[in-house]
Design a protein around this ligand. Structure first.
Ligand SMILES: *Cc1c(COP(=O)(O)O)cnc(C)c1O
Length: 383
């Protein structure tokens, strides 16, 4: 741990005793903690991997291990494909807007990320106005099966608010309607059922403890049929956004253009770490233990409480914790930062007296327990 460094002149000068500090101070909701073991493994193979052609076997083997590892982790049916490409989740939204929505989509909008996809689709001149169902922050709406809706856009975990939802295919949805799920912060840490979903897309800088810039989208036959249908139709699709091109390359363990090789390796390493230790029960178990540590602390604390009232919707990957007026969450986050405990600040646009703390599987429960001890210490010093 780095020693105390005041981050700004207004940060209260509170030095947390060294024995209270977590061993690793990274609690960011994304990019999130990368496991040192994965970085060491990357350094070990670096000379034969980094700086080599992504069209040759050294790299294609790692892409193949990543795709196979995800199929194993998610227990994908044999007729699914793991599709991947460059640009992260934000780029995937654009690719889906142009290559996965036939005419009209329905979006559940309950925070910063879920609202962004809906806004992007609303601005597409070749699509009908989307149906957007909103709820208050701290909650999520339910999808409504509706004739003529050809894509349902769900978000497994809304990272800005710490709300997660169960994934179910809406009753009454058209037979060929695609259920597309933004799983960026949930994938690998919250269970889901492949029978309820057609396209489960994410970027690997959250629960997969890698770096950003890549999108990964396990797709069902229904989703691939849609990709093929739109590609064969009259719509103009920019080559870099073409999901059919991404699909064709992915089955060859390639990407359309050059990917970040370190990102692919670190993601593969995390997926194999999950699988070697028992798969989703292992990874979700780690997040659940982390969630129990932080929410358990908040429920007992006089100064704090979980923001999400409904326990069933409370995220097990990103905890949002409200603080009483007597203590400033911004001050707490600044003091923690000065003590080497990073990125606990709340989501700005929510505008609450709140901290947001990642609970991803890479994070040790003992470090979250240490964090709660540091929170008690800082709150005591500030009040
Ligand atoms: C982080 C995040 C995104 C954005 O991912 P990028 O790879 O930065 O585009 C989108 N949706 C959710 C739910 C996220 O958590």
């Amino acid at each position: 741990m780095p020693s105390f460094q005041a981050v700004s002149q207004t940060t209260p000068e509170i030095q947390i005793p060294a024995e209270k500090l977590p061993a690793d101070g990274r609690f960011a909701s994304g990019p999130s903690k990368v496991r040192p073991e994965a970085v060491t493994a990357l350094a070990e193979i670096a000379d034969d991997f980094l700086g080599t052609s992504h069209r040759k076997n050294a790299v294609k083997d790692i892409v193949g291990r990543l795709r196979d590892g995800l199929s194993e982790l998610f227990e994908l049916p044999d007729d699914w494909e793991v599709v991947l490409g460059n640009g992260g989740t934000t780029l995937f939204w654009d690719a889906a807007t142009i290559g996965l929505i036939r005419d009209r989509s329905q979006h559940l909008s309950f925070g910063e990320f879920s609202s962004k996809f809906a806004k992007g689709v609303a601005s597409a001149p070749f699509l009908a106005d989307p149906m957007v169902i909103e709820s208050n922050t701290g909650d999520h709406p339910e999808a409504v099966g509706t004739p003529g809706i050809d894509l349902y856009a769900l978000t497994h975990n809304e990272t800005s608010t710490g709300v997660s939802m169960n994934l179910t295919r809406p009753a009454g949805a058209d037979d060929d309607a695609v259920v597309a799920v933004d799983a960026t912060s949930a994938a690998g840490a919250i269970a889901w059922d492949t029978s309820q979903v057609d396209c489960y897309y994410f970027a690997p800088q959250k629960a997969f403890a890698s770096d950003g810039g890549l999108w990964i989208a396990p797709c069902s036959p229904r989703a691939m049929d849609r990709i093929n249908e739109i590609d064969a139709g009259p719509r103009w699709i920019p080559p870099g956004l073409n999901l059919k091109t991404a699909l064709d390359n992915s089955v060859k363990n390639q990407t359309y253009n050059t990917p970040a090789l370190a990102t692919i390796f670190l993601t593969m390493h995390q997926v194999e770490w999950f699988n070697e230790n028992g798969g989703m029960s292992f990874s979700t178990g780690r997040s659940q233990a982390n969630a129990a540590a932080i929410y358990g602390w908040a429920e007992k604390s006089d100064a704090a409480q979980p923001f999400v009232a409904d326990e069933a919707k409370r995220s097990q990957v990103v905890a949002t914790i409200d603080f009483d007026e007597a203590v400033s969450a911004d001050d707490i986050a600044a003091v923690l930062r000065a003590n080497g405990i990073l990125d606990t600040e709340g989501y700005r646009k929510l505008g609450r007296n709140q901290l947001r703390i990642a609970l991803f599987p890479a994070i040790e429960t003992s470090d979250l327990e240490a964090l709660t001890g540091c929170l008690d210490y800082v709150i005591d010093q500030l009040s």
